[in-house]
Design a protein around this ligand. Structure first.
Ligand SMILES: Cc1ncc(COP(=O)(O)O)c(C=O)c1O
Length: 448
């Protein structure tokens, strides 16, 4: 599938419209070395060819996909202005678009009120949430599952907050008995519920976490950086659906439009249910806030300069694909999930492969069959390399023995970690390509 160039034809008209807004200004001579730019650009194109084909359905590895053309074009268009959403002084229109887009994301989770903004990505968004959590609960610790994103422990270290990892159950979700034992012996100020873990796509049991909250009074932060948009789809298993339906009861939440929201990188989002946490962000910038008394986004975010273009791209995408349950955007997500479930079923039924946890979202892990953990690990590595030679690009993940042994009773665990294959089938087209993906997997086989 060639890269899309058709959509580029839409850019000149939009650019002319944008130009019209500034037509009253005196002309500024454009002194550009077009030949020089062209030469560099062609070199860039050649260098960028050295990439895995993230945009293609045969890329079925990491959590990667290109932005939708509407996001790409809106981002490009706003580059002629390059707004900075720190302050209204630097990005008036794009700040308004950010507030509208973030408001719609909050509404998607059923939040009647919120304070929130876009930021660089999931790590930064989680950092803001944990920073606020630490300010509100000084001297307490952060608890997240051992399958939570690795950055939670590191962020806690940066913020000098104590961190405790809660063991995971055989589905890779936070183990509730283990959490309760920790709550009994430690003062936990905030529990991070991962709504779709990076390794397995496992969704922590939020309803049960909230039940424990009633007894122990901690804050709940949802890391739905990867999984958040799945709240819109109609093909989740029932306990996962129930977990997503509780997201209106969390204190803070993170979602990454640059993962499942069709955006270019550099677009995370953090939301707080209680707008009064904005007071924690108070600072005195002597430079920026001159144009209005209205709230500037820099007054409620940790970062200073931020790409207004990210807000423009997100706003445009949400105009094109409203965040409706059952709408076109939701159907696209549901198709990726359906592809994941179908691939799991094919692998599960085939004795050449080992499966483990049933996928809860659109991440799937499996391995070629083998007698021992080390044999399975080396076969996974081999399978990964052979598939790549056939242009099927997968990913590898190291999983602890505890997550696998209940599914693999016949395997001898001669090592504590097993290398498995991992696929994130996050493009709607993955469903149409499933037979072709399977044909390659079938060919690659697992001969010794
Ligand atoms: C659940 C989860 N949280 C946080 C992150 C970190 O997000 P980012 O890579 O945008 O910083 C990721 C990244 O994959 C993730 O899956």
């Amino acid at each position: 599938m060639p890269l899309d160039t058709d959509s580029l034809s839409l850019l000149p008209e939009a650019l002319n419209r944008l130009n019209a807004a500034f037509a009253h200004l005196p002309d500024e001579p454009q002194d550009q070395d077009l030949e020089g730019i062209k030469k560099v650009l062609n070199t860039v194109a050649e260098r960028m060819g050295d990439n895995y084909p993230y945009q293609h359905p045969l890329y079925a590895g990491q959590m990667l996909k290109p932005p939708h053309p509407v996001a790409r074009l809106a981002y490009a268009l706003s580059m002629w202005i390059n707004p900075n959403n720190h302050a209204l002084d630097g990005g008036r229109a794009s700040s308004a678009m950010e507030k509208e887009a973030v408001g719609k994301i909050a509404a998607m989770f059923g939040w009647p009120r919120h304070l929130g903004h876009l930021c660089g990505g999931g790590t930064l968004a989680n950092m803001e949430a944990l920073w606020v959590a630490g300010r509100l609960r000084p001297g307490t610790c952060i608890a997240a599952s051992s399958q939570a994103h690795y950055t939670h422990a590191r962020i806690s270290e940066v913020l000098q907050l104590d961190f405790v990892a809660v063991p995971a159950d055989s589905r890779g979700r936070m183990d509730m008995e283990a959490l309760e034992a920790i709550l009994e012996r430690q003062t936990v100020g905030t529990v991070v519920a991962t709504m779709g873990s990076t390794g397995l796509g496992a969704v922590d049991p939020l309803p049960e976490i909230l039940r424990l909250q009633e007894r122990y009074g901690f804050r709940v932060h949802a890391d739905s950086a990867y999984g958040g948009y799945f709240t819109l789809v109609d093909n989740l298993q029932s306990d996962v659906r129930q977990a997503f339906d509780c997201l209106d009861r969390t204190d803070s939440l993170v979602i990454d439009p640059h993962k499942h929201g069709l955006q270019p990188y550099g677009c995370g989002c953090v939301l707080f249910q209680d707008p009064s946490v904005g007071a924690i962000y108070k600072h005195d910038s002597p430079y920026t806030y001159f144009s209005s008394d209205e709230l500037h986004l820099g007054e409620i975010s940790l970062e200073c300069s931020r790409a207004g273009a990210s807000a423009v791209a997100l706003w445009a995408t949400m105009e094109h694909f409203p965040l409706d349950r059952g709408g076109a955007f939701a159907r696209g997500l549901a198709r990726g999930r359906e592809a994941t479930v179908q691939l799991y079923e094919r692998l599960h039924a085939d004795p050449r492969f080992l499966t483990a946890v049933k996928p809860e979202l659109d991440i799937l892990i499996w391995a070629p069959n083998g007698n021992t953990a080390s044999e399975i690990s080396s076969r996974s590595q081999l399978f990964f390399e052979r598939a790549a030679r056939e242009e099927l690009h997968l990913a590898l993940v190291g999983l602890p023995r505890e997550l696998l042994e209940s599914y693999w009773p016949d395997v001898e665990f001669d090592q504590d970690s097993v290398t498995c294959l991992r696929s994130c089938l996050m493009k709607p087209e993955h469903l149409d390509w499933l037979d072709r993906i399977w044909a390659i997997m079938d060919r690659v086989g697992i001969e010794d």
